[in-house]
Design a binder for this molecule. Structure first.
Ligand code: SF4
Length: 711
């Protein structure tokens, strides 16, 4: 069986926690073999490490550089699987040079052939183990490619966090050309002898350029200076064109408008206006057209030069005297294959018909230091069916957000699951959302594109914090808004005994019951945040996460297939809001407020959304009333939570032989801590427990441990 989950962190959580729990409860621990595997580039390659170390000796390495290499050697000899993440973060911090080493020694997916490799390699052993393993845990991006078909065919799969496959599926099957990566690749294959001819890549490093592995390949296949000169000339021309794409942005009117990255569908959005520029006292509209034309012209030249390089290599490589079984030959051939793939992506990018099923997306960094050209296949269902569904005997897709508007059509249609025999099963929510989550939308905050919006958000978060004392997660659809709010809120909270953190690393502080803190998070915090009990009592969302109608991918889908904005937008928006709200209820004792700062103006959509939020009504309130609403809801929930937790603790107590009141006190304190319930438990006299839980006080006679509220 293969279990696929969304991220590497979730893979580890399944291996360390969830699978052992299930196996233990089924009495199967020790009888079922399980493990995880990641993509090849997550492992250290022994062969590359040996070669790297050998080449390193010719330089003058520092102590830290040497220690870094020794540490990597230790991992490939004594580590578990030779996984890069076996290096602890503290060591990575201490020896930041290791990061550089890793770039050179991580396994190359194009070169590594574990079956043919004769090295003693932990990764190779791990691949062998797959055959014998009962459960293998992988991540979604690996599932989309599944490179270990021979060792472990995709037969029975469980896909955890299945909704992410629909969202990220387009990325998994896309082909991308990135300026910096392509430049790096060309540098690797640039013939050593002609460094001096290349003003683009080596001007800074002329003196330190050493012979690359690909130079050895040129030598191995007997390429003379004339052939290498031609190749270097073609590479230089490609570089010139690549650089000119960015230079064009800097030297043209686009430079005045690029507050954000430029991003558009190369053919279908080229006539769209991205802004106005002032010319001789007149404002004129600027479209993407001239940038598209420039790129078309440059890519055309790049493609011609790529083809020229491949033709030169092809014509000259077929020499019978070449040893084609040697490692260096295989290395060179793998690089040439990469070059062919790059050419294919350029070709696909440049081909275009109204009817084809691709989006061609250009993204140019706002500082004009990088760009990306992406070919995105739009028939995701077909690809998913061909690559995954057609190979499996059974597949189970699970997630808390597969169903939208009471059905799973969006999920099933996107991934082609509707094309195969399937059964839908909805598991009713374990928790009572309507009682435990109060959902609020604010009626009088400025609109999200108003410049005061983040100041308004900051002031409102502070008001909420006066009630909750932190323990608040604030989610943002835009990192720009997150950063501005962080800045404002840092000033507001200064000296108020509430700490503020940005992004996922701050989450662990929410679990500290003795610390009051607010965490601001973006995309990565909509999922995988699991803070139980009183650790998290309020989640806010900056705005309803609607898709931008001009988003290059989705606007292409709408145009090509005649779909409405609403039909594309609603399912994704509802899933995101559900995920955000879902951060509050993670366990039986959880409760809290879910607050949306800008709820938009579409009442019909909000009504629909309420049904998708487990029937929770979205109460529209004024910012002046936010404290009352929050306070009331938390008070009501806390009474209920304490009632529930006391019943559970009492049930546990009855099956122990604890009798002394001090021991009972200790037991209750431990149980409360385990459940992240922020209360004070004392037993000043000999027959009663006193519990203070926020502004609720309880006195419980020892023999009963029964709830008696004195609120
Ligand atoms: S199997 Fe060989 S090529 Fe692959 S990672 Fe191990 S040592 Fe490197």
């Amino acid at each position: 069986m293969i279990i696929s989950t969304d991220t590497k962190e979730l893979q580890i959580q399944l291996i360390n926690k969830d699978i052992p729990n299930v196996l233990n409860s089924l009495g199967l621990m020790g009888k079922i073999k399980y493990g995880y595997i990641k993509g090849k580039n997550n492992y250290i390659c022994v062969e590359k490490l040996e070669q790297y170390k050998h080449e390193y000796t010719s330089k003058k390495p520092t102590k830290k550089e040497i220690l870094g290499i020794l540490l990597l050697e230790q991992i490939v000899k004594e580590g578990k699987h030779g996984d890069i993440e076996e290096i602890s973060p503290s060591i990575l911090n201490e020896f930041n040079v290791i990061g550089d080493h890793i770039k050179h020694v991580s396994c190359d997916p194009n070169l590594c052939r574990p079956k043919k490799c004769n090295k003693e390699c932990l990764y190779k052993n791990r691949v062998e183990e797959l055959k014998e393993e009962d459960i293998t845990v992988i991540n979604h991006s690996l599932l989309a490619k599944w490179p270990y078909k021979e060792e472990k065919p995709l037969e029975n799969i469980i896909v955890d966090e299945g909704h992410n496959l629909a969202e990220k599926g387009y990325d998994f099957f896309s082909s991308t050309i990135e300026y910096k990566a392509l430049k790096y690749f060309l540098k690797e294959i640039y013939p050593y002898e002609y460094i001096g001819n290349s003003p683009f890549i080596y001007e800074k490093y002329k003196t330190s350029r050493k012979i690359k592995y690909f130079d050895k390949f040129y030598h191995h296949v007997h390429f003379g200076r004339d052939i290498k000169e031609k190749i270097s000339r073609n590479i230089n021309l490609i570089l010139e064109e690549l650089n000119s794409v960015l230079r064009f942005g800097i030297e043209s009117d686009y430079n005045y408008l690029s507050k954000y990255n430029l991003r558009w569908e190369f053919n279908l959005q080229q006539s769209e206006v991205l802004g106005n520029v002032k010319k001789e006292d007149e404002y004129i509209e600027l479209t993407y057209l001239s940038y598209s034309n420039k790129i078309r012209d440059s890519f055309d030249k790049i493609l011609r030069n790529l083809i020229a390089i491949l033709v030169i290599i092809d014509r000259n490589i077929d020499d019978d005297s070449i040893d084609k079984e040697s490692d260096i030959y295989k290395f060179g051939k793998a690089r040439i294959k990469e070059l062919e793939d790059i050419r294919t992506t350029f070709e696909l990018f440049m081909e275009f018909t109204e009817e084809d099923d691709f989006a061609r997306i250009i993204e140019i960094d706002k500082n004009y230091t990088n760009f990306e050209a992406k070919v995105v296949p739009l028939k995701l269902a077909k690809l998913f069916e061909e690559n995954i569904l057609s190979q499996v005997e059974s597949g189970i897709f699970i997630s808390a957000t597969l169903s939208v508007e009471n059905n799973m059509n969006y999920f099933k249609n996107t991934l082609g699951i509707n094309r195969v025999e399937n059964i839908e099963k909805v598991i009713e929510p374990l928790y009572n959302y309507k009682n435990k989550v109060l959902t609020l939308g604010l009626s009088d905050l400025s609109n999200y594109n108003n410049k005061n919006f983040t100041t308004d958000i900051s002031n409102t978060i502070y008001k909420i914090c006066e009630v909750t004392h932190g323990h608040l997660l604030s989610l943002f659809n835009s990192t720009d808004r997150l950063d501005k709010t962080y800045e404002d809120l840092t000033h507001i909270l200064n000296g108020k005994n509430i700490d503020i953190y940005k992004n996922k690393k701050g989450i662990r502080n929410l679990k500290n019951m003795n610390q009051n803190c607010v965490v601001l998070g973006s995309k990565g915090c909509f999922e995988g945040v699991d803070v139980p009990g009183d650790g998290l009592v309020c989640v806010t969302l900056d705005k309803i996460p609607n898709l931008n109608p001009k988003d290059p991918l989705y606007s292409t889908i709408m145009k090509k297939y005649g779909l409405t904005y609403q039909s594309i937008n609603y399912p994704q928006m509802a899933i995101k809001v559900k995920q955000a709200m879902g951060r509050i209820l993670r366990s039986k004792y959880d409760y809290g407020c879910f607050i949306i700062f800008d709820i938009g103006t579409n009442g019909h959509t909000l009504k629909k959304l309420e049904r998708d939020l487990h029937g929770c009504k979205i109460n529209i309130v004024s910012k002046n009333n936010i404290q009352n609403y929050t306070n009331n809801h938390l008070n009501i929930c806390r009474k209920q939570v304490m009632r529930e937790v006391l019943v559970d603790v009492r049930n546990l107590l009855t099956i122990t032989d604890i009798d002394d009141i001090k021991d009972i006190e200790q037991f209750v304190v431990e149980q409360m801590n385990q459940r992240y319930i922020k209360c004070r438990v004392t037993s000043n006299n000999h027959d009663k427990l006193n519990i203070k839980y926020f502004n609720h006080r309880y006195t419980i006679p020892k023999e009963k441990i029964k709830l008696k509220s004195k609120v």
